[in-house]
Design a protein around this ligand. Structure first.
Ligand code: NAD
Ligand code: WQD
Length: 339
């Protein structure tokens, strides 16, 4: 298939491009590089031995997007492009809604104009908010009052927009994929997560402490109602997540309409468990201190994996140890990220 990947130079997009190329698909990437580097795509080409057509294009530029569609015949689109920092979205709500909503609207209008009607969308477990039931499953109610920040609300709104588009034109097939906590890196060490500035997320923070760029990890609270007092998350290896997208693309060929899947490993791992696993598998020590809770953090978030297993025939295969080993290999081989 010929697949357009928006945001393909980013963390999850680049790893998914590897899988797509290795399964024989052709890949065209559209990315404005606002949170990534083109080097990531060159590394993807090195891993796969195949080439990627890249357009440095902003989804907000509808005419430029339209020109790309005029010159290509796409079977499906995987839509990763978006701004993703929950905290930043609180201080810059307009930028988040403009980028994430308008970008998606432009993409769908151009798709519609060119009769491309298969879409995989990057949603997030954040759409569940502070749900009463754990593990989280796809039939839990989702509304824009669930997430506590504009980033999360942009995901709920986009899910609604896409459902409306399917109602208006039932020929559309849409997979809404709600990711849990993507971490790790390709086992070549050639691509991985390369955040700008000081990392917000736990795994890149850990790897930057161990490489010596940061002094120590602050554990945000150890008084949660969990076995060791630190929050439980569903860390999923980014290559497992990438494979989930291939399964979703396959699913869309069966004409399912709108389908929603949680993509997680289905295990709740605490901050301290992740720290210990990282130390053990990599033979390192992570200096840490316990600080206060981070505003908005939930005690527990992990998924019920049964729907994805049943309908996508997909489940995460890689362990927490694989995740820790691969994240550290990437950081060691690229102490300053992509150059
Ligand atoms: P990322 O920032 O590494 O990748 C996103 C890519 O989109 C970047 O390369 C960026 O340059 C590009 N982009 C952003 N706005 C654009 C625009 N207007 N036009 C063109 N390109 C644009 O993020 P990621 O971690 O790979 O996440 C990918 C998607 O998955 C995002 O939509 C994110 O919200 C979602 N998601 C991520 C996580 C996570 O923890 N990483 C969890 C749940 C959902
Ligand atoms: C994990 C755990 C922290 C950093 C975020 C977004 C979510 C989704 C995935 C996009 C938490 C603790 C962290 C640190 C710590 N993204 N922590 N010290 O918050 O589960 O989810 O990424 O959709 O929307 O909110 O991930 O990696 O930031 O935190 O103790 O320096 O690590 O408190 O318990 P989170 P995270």
């Amino acid at each position: 298939m010929n697949i357009l990947v928006t945001g393909g130079a980013g963390f999850i997009g680049s790893h998914t491009c590897v899988e797509l190329l290795e399964r024989g698909h052709q890949v065209v990437v559209v990315d404005n590089l606002c949170n990534s580097k083109e080097t990531a795509l060159r590394q993807v080409e090195k891993i796969s031995g195949k080439s990627i057509q890249f357009h440095k294009t902003d989804l907000l530029d509808r005419e430029a997007l339209d020109r790309i569609f005029s010159n290509e015949s796409f079977d499906s689109v995987i839509h990763f492009a978006g701004l993703k920092a929950p905290g930043e979205s609180v201080s810059k709500p307009l930028a988040y809604y403009q980028n994430n909503l308008t970008g998606t609207l432009n993409l769908c209008q151009v798709m519609s104009h060119h009769d491309v009607k298969n879409l995989v969308f990057s949603s997030s477990a954040t759409v569940y908010g502070d749900a009463a039931e754990i593990p989280l499953h796809e039939s839990l109610p989702v509304s824009s009052s669930n997430p506590i920040n504009p980033y999360g609300r942009s995901k709920v709104m986009i899910e609604e927009i896409l459902k409306d588009q399917h109602s208006a034109d039932p020929e559309w097939n849409i997979a809404l994929l709600r990711y849990f906590n993507p971490v790790g890196a390709h086992d070549s060490g050639l691509i991985g997560e390369d955040p700008n500035g000081i990392p917000i997320n736990l795994m890149p923070y850990i790897t930057q402490v161990v490489i010596g760029k940061l002094d120590k990890l602050t554990v945000f609270g150890d008084d949660y109602p969990t076995p060791d007092g630190t929050p439980l998350r569903d860390y999923i290896h980014v290559m497992d997540l990438a494979k989930g997208h291939l399964a979703a693309i396959d699913k869309l060929t069966s004409d399912p309409g709108v389908v929603t899947y949680n993509l997680g490993a289905g295990r709740g791992v605490s901050v301290l468990e992740l720290v210990k696993a990282f130390e053990k598998v990599n033979g390192v020590t992570i200096p840490l201190q316990v600080g206060s809770r981070r505003s908005g953090d939930l005690p527990t978030s992990y998924t019920d994996t049964s729907l994805a297993r049943k309908e996508l025939h997909w489940q995460a295969e890689l362990s927490i140890e694989d995740i820790c080993r691969d994240a550290w290999r990437w950081q060691q081989q690229n102490p300053h990220g992509f150059s």
